[in-house]
Design a protein around this ligand. Structure first.
Ligand code: SF4
Length: 216
């Protein structure tokens, strides 16, 4: 598919996704997050947006504190936030803020039925983008693509996965939210560093290849 055809398809997809109200969360002022990336072969998949991310006027994934942490990680491999948002399609397991966790700590994990309903948007994006690289962030997103396993057996490695859009390399990242203390252990920090190094190499190769195709 040409870059302009891909952009047109994603424009139409995002117009439909932006109008989705299937879960009835709009009464709380919640609307789906959207990604501006169009000519892309890389997708990042988060869990679900936080409160600051899904009000009208924002609608950007990772716009809150967890996002600041994640973009600090990416800066470490030389990728700034603006470039990442333009060149990587940011999706999520569910696209609307699910509300607070009943315990008062962090956000509620989207229910199985919300995940199933919203999963159709993700499947459509995989089919349109046919990504070469997937970056699932956090356990819920990682388990959409990789077999269930402790994070220390998954982070810091390149995996492969089949999905609705074909076959991709997969580099999982832990969730950057402060609600997860996994990254604080020195051994886990080293696994995160390794994952970021791998991500830097993969992104550079994909973006080099796409620049070469454009100039050919
Ligand atoms: S969570 Fe997903 S399926 Fe539910 S209303 Fe939001 S976009 Fe639609």
């Amino acid at each position: 598919m040409t870059r302009s055809a891909l952009a047109r398809k994603l424009d139409a997809h995002c117009a439909a996704l932006g109008a989705c109200r299937q879960c009835g969360l709009e009464d709380a002022g919640v609307v789906p997050i959207l990604s501006p990336a169009r000519a892309t072969r890389v997708m990042l998949i988060g869990q679900a947006p936080g409160q600051v991310e899904t009000g009208e006027g924002e609608r950007r994934a990772f716009a809150g504190r967890a996002g600041k942490t994640m973009f600090r990680w990416l800066a470490r491999i030389g990728v700034d936030e603006a470039t990442f948002r333009t060149r990587v399609y940011i999706a999520a397991v569910t696209r609307c803020y699910p509300g607070p966790h009943p315990s008062g700590r962090g956000d509620r994990v989207p229910s199985k039925s919300e995940q199933a309903r919203c999963g159709t948007w993700l499947e459509a994006e995989l089919e349109i983008i046919r990504p070469r690289l997937l970056i699932p962030v956090g356990k819920l997103a990682i388990e959409k693509f990789l077999p269930s396993a402790p994070l220390d057996q998954l982070i810091g490695r390149v995996h492969e996965a089949d999905h609705a859009g074909g076959h991709s390399r997969v580099i999982p990242l832990p969730h950057p939210s402060g609600a997860s203390s996994w990254v604080n252990a020195p051994r886990h920090r080293a696994l995160l560093e390794c994952a970021l190094d791998l991500l830097g190499v993969e992104l550079a190769a994909i973006w080099r290849a796409s620049a070469a195709r454009r100039s050919a």
